[in-house]
Design a protein around this ligand. Structure first.
Ligand code: AMP
Length: 187
């Protein structure tokens, strides 16, 4: 089963994705987590990605697709993957569709977490205070929200045409949202 979780920064993709992947028995892949690990380790990938991430911009598609290609070719992904934070552009979505097709697979569900913008900013500023992520400052947060609207939201229409979009209200407590998500991907 191939499941994508789509949502603005701060919508809870990581938190919800982790629980849902455990429930479904498939690995969770977060491109954001992979990039942060690369930055921390100082690998060439991390060095290339850091500037984009700190400014709240997307890392170039070619870089991200290299990562995804590797993941989909690995045995751990054979039964499916839950991806959070990927795809973020129509070009990424088209590329992953082609890759999955090569493996006789397709995207089964795209869960979209809907959260009000004011709540997103509050959550991200809260996370900045707690986790100290270098991209959780007001300027980068605003940039990331803009990038989401401009480059990632068009993906909803792209996946709507495939009939795989499941919209899930992302406000309220973690358990309630998880229950909605599970129902959405079971349908
Ligand atoms: P996230 O943890 O998903 O919010 O991602 C943090 C940052 O990593 C983003 O603001 C981007 O700079 C970068 N990033 C993560 N996933 C992607 C992706 N699929 N495409 C491009 N950039 C990404």
């Amino acid at each position: 089963m191939y499941v994508m979780i789509l949502g603005a920064p701060g919508s809870g993709k990581g938190t919800q994705g982790k629980i849902l992947a455990g429930h479904l028995g498939i690995p969770q892949v977060s491109t954001g987590d992979l990039l942060r690990a690369a930055v921390k380790a100082g690998t060439p990938l991390g060095v290339e990605a850091k500037g984009y991430m700190d400014q709240g911009l997307l890392v170039p598609d070619a870089v991200i697709l290299g990562l995804i290609r590797e993941i989909l070719a690995s045995p751990t992904a054979a039964k499916g993957v839950l991806m959070d934070g990927f795809p973020r552009t129509v070009a990424q979505a088209e590329a992953v569709d082609r890759l999955l097709k090569d493996h006789q697979q397709r995207v089964d569900h795209v869960a979209v977490l809907d959260v009000d913008e004011a709540e997103l900013v509050q959550r991200l500023l809260g996370r900045a205070a707690k986790e100290g992520r270098s991209d959780d400052n007001l300027q980068s947060i605003q940039q990331r929200l803009k990038v989401y609207h401009d480059q990632t939201q068009p993906l909803i229409a792209y996946y709507d045409r495939q009939g795989v979009v499941r919209r899930v209200p992302g406000m309220g407590d973690v358990d309630a949202i998880q229950t909605r998500l599970r129902k959405a991907v079971a349908a």
